[in-house]
Design a protein around this ligand. Sequence first.
Ligand code: UDP
Length: 451
Amino acid sequence: MEKQGKRQLRVVLVPCPIQGHINPMLQLGTILYSKGFSITVAHTNFNSPNPSNHPNFNFLLVPDVLNEFQSSSGDMMAVVLRLNDNCKAPFQECLAQLMKQHKTQDEVISCIIYDEIMYFAESVANQLKLPSIILRPLSANFFISRNALLQFKAGGNLFLTGLGSEEIVPNFHPFRWKDLPVSKFGSLETMSQLFENASHVGNSAAVIVNTMDFLEQPSLARILQQCQVPLFSIGLYKFAPAFSSSLLKEDMSCITWLDKQTKNSAIYVSLGSVTLIDENELAEMAWGLANSEQPFLWVVRPGSVRGSDWLESLPEGFIESIGERGCIVKWAPQKEVLAHQSVGGFWSHCGWNSTMESISQGVPVICRPNSGDQKVNARYLSHVWKVGLELENGVERGEVERVVRRLMVEKEGMEMRQRAKDLKKKAEHCIGKGGSSYNSLNKLVKFINSF
Ligand code: UDP
């Protein structure tokens, strides 16, 4: 047990309520709990986690006062900006209460760890004279590319060059203009404002980056040059792989289906927790998968196809044509799926969690980035780590069929699978004793104990 005198140390976590941000924060909570800290998760009404999935944590509701229109607008950037405005006062009140309670118990709040885009937590920590630490849940490469975007926007030459261009961004190799992390979930203005606000470390005592050094060394070095406070790079997922923080119910029947497939034969298809597609893209995906003749496990999230509740928009004759060769679910236990020996490839939107999970399990990727940091991750998967194929010409059934076959049955795909296995070994080394994430985690624990 980590004690300060006789007192138990408690860490308060402030995740951003988006699945891809919740996961790393709760993974961090699990890791810190295993190191003896008590954990409180401060959460909003919007996308609140299910406490019964996390019996070891305490939960603190911070009323977010979002109305129905705001929370369902689809403009995530605007939602997060509003959360920062709305949650500051209630969070301060809740936390002050919590501190009072802990005064009478043998416990002390050691620090607040907040998602960098929930920066209201930093001002509250300041007010209450509590130390705070930033968690950057996305990649170091994203942080660098985001800086590029802000820098060129401030210089006024973002639109002159053209964000869709294939040319390399000066001083930001290997990014092309088209890889810069512009989001589809909000305007460039809202996005820049959020990024700008999130870039300030303020009075925070340290920064945690959710990554593994061997993947992003140059970008980490670049961040370190500018960072005035200690930086801990920790591949969180690798330390807490068995842990689920899904907001949706995982359909375990797909594991039974995978058990019946042969080694490396199945492609897993998932576009994450927020990507939306239209009916046409659904149909092209469907026929491309069917025509590839490879077994596939496909997550179609309810509401992810515009204008449909779930599978009503699948083309006629598709389900009959695939028979047992395809399995479609609403939400999968992704970590178990990627660890399953039957899975030989992952068609992904390239969210950072999915990217890290895929690399950690040695599974090569078909990259179909949609928005924001996904383009950055796709660029690295395909161009730098060389474990990914990009769907260059959009989602068209002939192209899908060819890319799936290239990855799943051709020599090129086998070589990628081998490189992915090599990265998996490096990831294992990274969290093993003496590895970079292992060392960073121990330093972080010492750092928190020093407050
Ligand atoms: N995920 C899951 N089941 C699914 C699809 C996704 O558990 O059917 C998890 C996945 O393991 C990952 C997260 O949801 O941890 C998605 O995060 P990511 O950063 O990849 O993408 P986002 O959803 O933020 O776009």
